[in-house]
Design a protein around this ligand. Structure first.
Ligand SMILES: [Cu+2]
Length: 395
């Protein structure tokens, strides 16, 4: 009795795993990051992303039709020619059929050709020379992006992080590099100043392109509407890869030029030689080993902070820039970097020796060493506040 019921239950409860699967699939429709997650390649917001979408649509439907036909034919044949009760004869075996074989060779070839023609033509059209482009270099690091804007007449470039500003309705040619001569090598890479493999992707503005150490790739992007688009590293590059985001801020040409002008300008607040801030920033904690806050044309190990407060987000776009968050970050950044290795987070002596910590160090749990080889003392809350207020004045 008991056994029978269990079996019946098994038969009638098939919907439980089915429902669980459905629920899992539906999480993809989550609107948690707003009604539009701003990373939807099926909702292109620029000419080049549109071209890709125009290709994707027809190819998708061709695949759907073929998929449905193949599955339907398979099911039909399986049902129609199944062994019936009491029937125990081996079905008639057929070997070779010239018309069929010619047919199923030619048909797929024709379908592939039909897909290849628009595909290849789209590839060529996306590869056409950009017209009067704005040029930006994206330098991929673990796990954040640096953006370099070309030198002006005085030979000064602009170096910023996480927010990439572009004008609307204009081609932008992005040079993609994982190397920066001013930096030491990332462990495991051979080319000077190079980081590991990354990939640059702004789904609503263009296709993705790999950032390869020792090579310079280029990608054309374009936005047709003003707005903020969310980009993402699309090639696994270490533990916190999934959070290696950035924002593309598309503005009118005049707003863009004004932004660039402001970024070129000197720091809003100069470090005064005898101030508390100067003492903390350059002497006590030597933030200057990895950052600069006085020259927006320099590329450094960590993000250039000269106009830090002009950004709305920080830490690869993961956090909104608020005073509280910034203080937390200055005290113990590794704990705020998702997936940062435990060695870097805990800073427990012994486990840290030889551990590869990338990113901003913890100034409370695992303070870095100064030039004299001595570890800095743990940062006090008041010190973090002074530093945060200074950084927030750097508009
Ligand atoms: Cu990456």
């Amino acid at each position: 009795m008991r056994l029978q019921r269990t079996r019946r239950e098994l038969h009638t409860r098939w919907w439980i795993p089915a429902l669980a699967t459905l629920a899992l699939v539906l999480t993809a429709c989550s609107t948690e990051s707003g009604p539009e997650n701003r990373q939807n390649p099926l909702r292109p917001k620029g000419e080049y992303a549109e071209k890709i979408d125009d290709l994707f649509g027809p190819v998708f439907w061709v695949s759907v039709v073929i998929g449905v036909l193949v599955v339907a034919a398979t099911v039909l044949v399986a049902v129609k020619f199944r062994t019936r009760k009491g029937e125990d004869v081996r079905p008639k075996q057929t070997h070779g059929s010239t018309p069929l074989e010619i047919g199923w060779t030619i048909l797929p070839a024709v379908i592939l050709l039909a897909v290849a023609v628009p595909t290849v033509s789209t590839i060529f059209s996306l590869d056409e020379e950009p017209i009067n482009p704005v040029e930006v270099t994206a330098v991929a690091k673990q796990w954040w992006w640096q953006f370099d804007y070309p030198r002006d007449d005085n030979g000064k470039k602009v170096v910023t992080a996480n927010d990439m500003h572009i004008p609307v309705d204009r081609d932008v040619l992005v040079t993609l590099t994982a190397c920066d001569e001013s930096l030491p090598n990332t462990v495991g890479t051979e080319t000077p100043g190079c980081n590991v493999l990354h990939s640059f992707w702004v789904p609503e503005l263009a296709g993705k392109r790999d950032v390869v150490p020792g090579r310079e790739n280029q990608l054309k992007i374009r936005a047709d509407e003003e707005g903020v688009y969310v980009g993402q590293c699309a090639e696994y590059c270490g533990l916190s890869h999934a959070n290696m985001k950035f924002r593309v801020i598309a503005q009118s040409e005049s707003e863009y030029q004004a932004w660039l002008e402001a970024q070129r300008a000197d720091a809003e607040v100069a470090l005064d030689d005898s101030s508390d801030v100067e003492e903390l920033f350059t002497a006590k904690f030597q933030c200057t080993n990895c950052h600069t806050s006085e020259d927006s044309s320099l590329s450094t190990y960590g993000p250039n902070l000269t106009h830090f407060a002009s950004r709305e987000v920080f830490a690869s776009g993961y956090y909104e820039l608020t005073r509280e968050r910034l203080i937390e970050w200055l005290l113990d950044a590794p704990s705020l970097i998702p997936m940062q290795s435990d060695d870097c987070r805990l800073g427990s002596p012994g486990s840290v020796e030889g551990a590869i910590c990338v990113g901003m160090p913890s100034f409370t749990k695992n303070p870095p060493e100064g030039a004299d080889g001595q570890r800095f003392p743990a940062m006090k809350h008041e010190e973090a506040e002074i530093l945060a207020d200074y950084l927030l004045s750097l508009t």
